[in-house]
Design a protein around this ligand. Structure first.
Ligand code: NAD
Length: 424
C-alpha cells in the first residue's frame, strides 16, 4: 500500500490516467526529451482548500476545493472553476493539464490551470453559493492573480460566480481588478461574445470538418449531450444555420425528434423545468441512447468519459465535435478511428472559450474594449487556422487528430521549457 502510494501520486485517478495516456502517445510520437516529459506528466502546483460556509439553516458545512496549475511556461495560468459533486484532485489536475495543451495548440501566451469545489450547486441557495465562492476565492488567493493565474467559469459556475470571485479578490487588495477572472458580466469588464464563445468555436471547427468530408450542414442531423453554456449555444447556432437538431439531453434526461427539435422552445422549457424529457417536443431518450443515435454530427458537451470502449462500437456519427473536456476515452478513440469517425478533439473543439477569455483578459488589462464583430472574427481566424494546422500535421505525421493536436500543444511548451532552461 505504502509502495503503491509512493509510485502513484494521489492525483492519479482514472480521468488523470486518461489525460496521461493521451500525453504519452503524443510525446512518444514527438520523441520528447524524457526530462521534459517527466515534468509535464505532473502538475506544477496543486492547492487543496477547506471552504467552511454558513448554510441557510444556520449550520456550518465544510466543502473541499482545489486550484491546480499544470504549467506556466508560456505565461500566466488560465482555467475554469467547476462546481460539481464529482470534483476531486485527479479530475482538476487532468483538466489543468488539458488547459495547458489547449492554450498552446491555439497559440495563446498562457499556461494551464483549473479549479473547483466538490458540491452540488443545484441544491444550494444563491446566498450559500455566494458565500462559498467568496470563501473559496479567499482560500486560493495565494495562487491567483491577473499576472499569475486567472480563473474562469466551467460546469456549475456562471458569470455571477465570476463577478463574486472578482469582487472578493478586489476587496482583498483594495481596488478593482477586472483582470483577475474571465467570463464576467460585461458591465464589470466582461467581454462581448464570451458567453457564446465556446459553443461558437465548436461550430466554426465543425463547419471546417463538414467541408473536408462533404457534409452539407443544411439539414445535417445533429445530436447534443448537455444543454448548458456549450451545448445550448452550439445547438442554437447550428439550428439557426439550418441543421436538424434531432436529440438533446441534460443531466436529468433527453428528448429525441427525428424531424428536428425546436431549439428555441426547448430552451424556454429548460429555463422552467430541469428534465428535457418532459418537454413534449419529441420522444424521451436516455443519455446512453442519445450517444448511439445515427447522425452526422455528435457534440458531447457535458462531462468526461462519456464515450468509452463499450459504447464507442455503437456510436454512429460522422463528425464527433468534443465540446466537453475529455468526453472520449483512449479505448474509444481507437474504435472511432477504425470506424472512420472525423474527430475534432476537445483541446481544439472547445478552445473558443479560452480564446475569448484571453481576449477578455487583454481588454481588462488595457481598459479598452472591442466590438463583438471584431471578437468573433478574431476567434474564427485563430480556431480555423489551428484546425488547419492540425489537419496538416495529421497528414504529415500519419497520426489521428487528437494526437496531432496534442503534439502541437506539447511541442510548443516543451520548446519553451528547453530554451528557458531548468531553474536553478
Ligand atoms: P454547464 O454547467 O453550463 O452545462 C453542463 C450541461 O451538461 C448541463 O446541461 C447539465 O445538465 C449537463 N449534464 C451534466 N451531467 C450530464 C450527464 N451525465 N449527461 C448529460 N448531460 C449532463 O457547463 P458548460 O460550461 O456548458 O460545460 C460543459 C462542458 O464543456 C464541460 O466538460 C466543460 O469543461 C467544457 N467546457 C466549457 C467551457 C466554457 O466556456 N463553459 C469551455 C471549454 C470547455
Amino acid at each position: 500500500m505504502e509502495k503503491e502510494r509512493r509510485e502513484k501520486p494521489e492525483f492519479h485517478t482514472p480521468v488523470y490516467e486518461m489525460a496521461l495516456k493521451q500525453f504519452d502517445i503524443a510525446s512518444e510520437k514527438l520523441g520528447l526529451d524524457p526530462n521534459v516529459a517527466s515534468r509535464l506528466r505532473s502538475p506544477k502546483r496543486a492547492l487543496i482548500v477547506s471552504v467552511p460556509i454558513k448554510m441557510d439553516d444556520g449550520n456550518v458545512k465544510v466543502f473541499e476545493g482545489y486550484r491546480v496549475q499544470h504549467s506556466m511556461v508560456l505565461g500566466p495560468a488560465k482555467g475554469g472553476t467547476r462546481y460539481h459533486e464529482d470534483v476531486n484532485l485527479g479530475e482538476v489536475s487532468a483538466l489543468a493539464m488539458w488547459m495547458s495543451w489547449k492554450s498552446a495548440v491555439i497559440g495563446l501566451p498562457l499556461g494551464g490551470a483549473k479549479g473547483g469545489i466538490r458540491c452540488n450547486p443545484k441544491e444550494m441557495s444563491r446566498g450559500e453559493l455566494q458565500r462559498l465562492t467568496r470563501r473559496y476565492t479567499t482560500e486560493i488567493f495565494p495562487l491567483i492573480g491577473p499576472d499569475r493565474d486567472i480563473p474562469g467559469p466551467d460546469v456549475g459556475t456562471s458569470e455571477q460566480t465570476m463577478a463574486w470571485l472578482m469582487d472578493t479578490y478586489s476587496m482583498q487588495v483594495g481596488y478593482s481588478v477586472p483582470g483577475i477572472a474571465t467570463g464576467k458580466p460585461v458591465n464589470i469588464g466582461g467581454s462581448l461574445g464570451r458567453n457564446e464563445a465556446t459553443g461558437r468555436g465548436v461550430v466554426y471547427v465543425t463547419m471546417e470538418a463538414a467541408k473536408r468530408i462533404n457534409i452539407n450542414l443544411n439539414g445535417a442531423k445533429v445530436v447534443v449531450q448537455g444543454f448548458g453554456n456549450v451545448g445550448y449555444v452550439a445547438a442554437k447556432i447550428l439550428y439557426d444555420m439550418g441543421c436538424k437538431i434531432i436529440a438533446v439531453s441534460n443531466s436529468k434526461g433527453g428528448i429525441y425528434n427525428k424531424s428536428g427539435l425546436d431549439i428555441n422552445r426547448l430552451y424556454e422549457f429548460s429555463k422552467e423545468k430541469q428534465n428535457l424529457s418532459d418537454s413534449k417536443l419529441g420522444d424521451k431518450i436516455t443519455n446512453k441512447e442519445l450517444l448511439e443515435l445515427e447522425c452526422d454530427i455528435l457534440i458531447p458537451a457535458a462531462l468526461s468519459a462519456q464515450i468509452d470502449g463499450d459504447n464507442a462500437k455503437r456510436v454512429k456519427c460522422k463528425i464527433l465535435a468534443e465540446g466537453a473536456n475529455g468526453p472520449t476515452t483512449p479505448e474509444a478513440d481507437q474504435i472511432l478511428k477504425d470506424k472512420g469517425v472525423f474527430l475534432i478533439p476537445d483541446i481544439l473543439a472547445n478552445s473558443g472559450g479560452v480564446t475569448v477569455s484571453y481576449f477578455e483578459w487583454v481588454q481588462d488589462l488595457q481598459n479598452f474594449f472591442w466590438k463583438e464583430k471584431e471578437i468573433n472574427e478574431k476567434l474564427k481566424d485563430i480556431i480555423v487556422s489551428a484546425f488547419n494546422n492540425m489537419m496538416f500535421l495529421t497528414e504529415k505525421e500519419k497520426v489521428d487528430h487528437r494526437t496531432a493536436a496534442l503534439m502541437m500543444g506539447i511541442k510548443k511548451i516543451a520548446d519553451a521549457m528547453l530554451i528557458r532552461g531548468l531553474y536553478p
